[in-house]
Design a protein around this ligand. Structure first.
Ligand code: GDP
Ligand code: MG
Length: 242
C-alpha cells in the first residue's frame, strides 16, 4: 500500500459510499481507505465494510467502542496506518467538505514538504458561498487566535485536510496528543513544526456538508480556546524549521 486515506466517522452512512466512489475514481495507484468509526448508530462501519465488494481489499474499518472525539479517532487511525504500512497518510472528513479533486495536489506537495495542509485561507482557497459574514469572521478569528497563541506560520490551522509522510507520524508521539475536537489539527501542526518538519499549504475550496449533521458543539470550541494556551505554555515555543 502506498497511500492511506484516514477518515474519522460518526453517523456518516449517507456520505461514506460517495466519498469512497470519488476517491477510487481518482485512479491513484496503491490508494486505500481507512474508516475510523466510533460505533455510529446509523451503521456507518457496516456500510464501509460492505464497500469491499466494490473495491476489494481497499477499504479498512477500525471500530472504536464509543464516540470519543475527532482527536482520539485520528490517533487510532494514524497508528493503524503505520501498522498497515502506508508510506503516505492523507486525512480528510467524511462529509465531502474536503473535495476529492484536491487529493492529488495534496499528495504531490509531499514531494516538496513533510506535511501538506489543505488551506481555505491562501490565494486559490475559499469557503462555501453559503457562509455568511459572521461565520466567516468566526472561522478567521479562530484561526488568528490559534495562530497567534501557538506561533504557527499557517493560515488554516483548523484544517482537517492534510497529508503526511510516514516518518512524520512515526516520530510524532501519538500517545501524547491530548485534543478531543478540531484543535487536534493545530496540536499536530504545532508538534510537527517543533520537530522541524516542513509545512506547506495547498489551496482548496471548502463545501458545506449536504447530508448528515455536524458534530461541532460549544465544548469543542471552548476546548480550542484553552488548549491552545495550555499547549504553548506546556511545550514552550516551537523551534524554527530545519
Ligand atoms: N470517529 C469519530 N469521528 C468524528 C467524531 N466527531 C466528528 N467526527 C468526524 O469528523 C469529521 C468532521 O466532523 P464534522 O461534524 O463534519 O465537523 P465540522 O466540519 O466542524 O462541522 C466527520 O467525518 C465526522 O464524522 C468522533 O467523535 N469520532
Ligand atoms: Mg464537516
Amino acid at each position: 500500500m502506498h497511500t492511506l486515506v484516514v477518515v474519522p466517522t460518526y453517523n456518516e452512512a449517507q456520505n461514506i459510499p460517495e466519498l469512497a466512489s470519488q476517491l477510487f475514481a481518482l485512479g491513484l495507484p496503491g490508494l486505500h481507505l481507512l474508516v475510523v468509526d466510533d460505533n455510529s448508530p446509523d451503521g456507518t462501519a457496516e456500510i464501509a465494510d460492505e464497500l469491499n465488494q466494490a473495491y476489494p481489499g481497499r477499504v479498512h474499518v477500525l471500530r472504536r467502542p464509543a464516540k470519543g472525539g475527532l482527536g482520539p479517532a485520528y490517533v487510532a487511525g494514524f497508528r493503524e496506518a503505520l501498522r498497515l504500512g502506508a508510506e503516505r497518510v492523507l486525512q480528510m472528513d467524511a462529509d465531502l467538505s474536503h473535495p476529492t479533486e484536491a487529493v492529488p495536489r495534496l499528495l504531490d506537495a509531499l514531494d516538496r514538504c513533510d506535511v501538506a495542509i489543505g488551506s481555505r485561507y491562501i490565494p486559490g482557497g475559499g469557503v462555501d458561498q453559503e457562509w455568511g459574514l459572521s461565520r466567516k469572521a468566526m472561522s478567521r478569528g479562530g484561526d488568528l487566535y490559534v495562530r497567534a497563541v501557538l506561533g504557527l506560520p499557517v493560515h488554516d490551522t483548523k484544517s482537517g485536510f492534510k497529508a503526511f509522510r510516514r516518518e512524520v507520524l512515526e516520530r510524532l508521539d501519538l500517545d501524547s496528543l491530548q485534543s478531543k475536537g478540531f484543535i487536534f489539527q493545530a496540536e499536530v501542526l504545532y508538534r510537527c513544526r517543533a520537530m522541524g518538519y516542513r509545512l506547506q499549504e495547498v489551496p482548496f475550496i471548502f463545501y458545506d456538508r449536504r447530508a448528515g449533521r455536524s458534530k461541532l458543539n460549544m465544548a469543542i470550541i471552548t476546548e480550542a480556546l484553552w488548549r491552545s494556551i495550555l499547549l504553548r505554555w506546556s511545550k514552550g515555543p516551537p523551534r524554527p524549521p530545519k
